[in-house]
Write a protein that binds this ligand. Structure first.
Ligand code: SAH
Length: 346
């Protein structure tokens, strides 16, 4: 049964489903739930990729610290402020400040910037700056940050150890607990089709999203970066989840049904695997948010989490017009204001 109370076995069976009629039922159910809960508004979150320095070595990520053939950058506070003002002029209600796990990002400088954004632009602020100490999470919350994105990447402890070498056991989950306790709106998510991810593991991840009642959940396909260890891993294991658009849509649609009120982005990774209408397809199958890039074009190509990212040459203005047109073509509306998670509508 396709309800928010479906079991782990049911979720796994749907992830494996290939019958076109059954899949049509999945897409329609997710779209119906999306309409009843978060409605027709599609909210824009202006994404600022402020630094590609990273002290971690996540096996899938092109920003991993051990990768030496990548020019590193860290935007100045002045550059970040200019991007924030651009997002405001474009009418976006939220800015997302994202980076690698960059020890050079001073927590106090960030706190000052957060206060400035609140004061001068009045936008909702989402942070996506990796794992930090509780004191730093608190500092940023008190400075005015509203939301924090920290994808779990996998809920499976053994697989976590493989893809996040050196990560202390349970630290992502513990950090997510801290973010909730501090009063952030909390976002998480996973990639679909990381080598070693089985259907069973992915089904458990989706169930965990429901258990933790996340406010936002980002799901995109894993896109192998040739300069990462995962590019060389054999993906022919029997239970391996493929990193295809359709399996990613199944994960997005199931997440919409399991977490009816969550904000779900049509991710850039989905737009990258299907440049023609990747975002529209996700918006039709459960998603309700887009994250147009407002990073200066000269830095975008250096924020190379995976290769050939969609929209790296466009200006922020072009992104807005293109996305706005796509949303209207779906008979949806461009959301106004911050677009925070609304509770108990469903
Ligand atoms: N340093 C921050 C932000 C990471 S980038 C953090 O750790 O939270 C945002 C997301 O990009 C990651 O959470 C991951 O899910 C995704 N990502 C990383 N490498 C990727 C790849 N090769 N393909 C697709 N998505 C990737």
């Amino acid at each position: 049964m396709l309800t928010r109370f479906m079991t782990l076995e049911t979720i796994e069976a749907w992830l494996r489903e290939t019958n076109p009629e059954r899949l049509e039922l999945l897409w329609q159910t997710a779209d119906k739930v999306r309409k009843q809960t978060v409605g027709d508004e599609v909210y824009f979150r202006g994404l600022i990729e402020l630094s590609n320095y990273c002290s971690r070595n996540c096996l899938y990520c092109g920003l991993r610290g051990e990768r030496k053939n990548l020019e590193r950058y860290r935007m100045t506070v002045g550059e970040i402020k200019a991007c924030v003002l651009e997002a405001k002029v474009l009418g976006y209600g939220t800015v997302v400040l994202q980076s690698g796990e960059d020890p050079g990002l001073d927590p106090e400088v960030m706190a000052d910037l957060i206060r400035w954004i609140k004061r001068e632009a009045g936008l909702a602020i989402t942070l996506s700056l990796g794992e930090r100490s509780e004191a730093v999470f608190r500092l940023w919350k008190q400075a005015g940050a509203d939301r924090y994105l920290l994808r779990i990447e996998t809920t499976d402890d053994a697989f976590m150890q493989v893809i996040h070498p050196g990560e202390p056991h349970g630290s992502r989950k513990a950090n997510i607990d801290r973010l909730f306790a501090l009063g952030y709106e909390v976002g998480s998510g996973v990639m679909v089709g990381i080598p070693g991810q089985t259907y069973g593991i992915l089904a458990k991840d989706l169930l965990w999203f429901r258990e933790r009642d996340f406010d936002m959940i980002g799901i995109g396909p894993h896109l192998a970066h040739p300069d990462t260890p995962l590019a060389k891993v054999n993906t022919n294991q029997p239970d391996q989840v493929p990193n295809t658009e359709v399996v990613t849509h199944k994960a997005v649609a199931l997440t919409r049904i399991l977490c009816p009120e969550a904000n779900l982005p049509a991710t850039t990774a989905l737009a990258t695997v299907n440049r023609e209408d990747g975002r529209e397809m996700a918006l039709k199958r459960g998603a309700n948010v887009v994250m147009p890039n407002v990073t200066p074009t000269k830095y975008r190509k250096l924020y190379e989490i995976y290769p050939s990212k969609a929209c790296i040459d466009e200006t922020a203005d072009m992104c807005k017009n293109c996305l706005g047109g796509r949303i209207l073509s779906l008979d949806r509306k461009v959301g106004k204001g911050p677009g925070a998670r609304q509770r108990n509508k469903y």
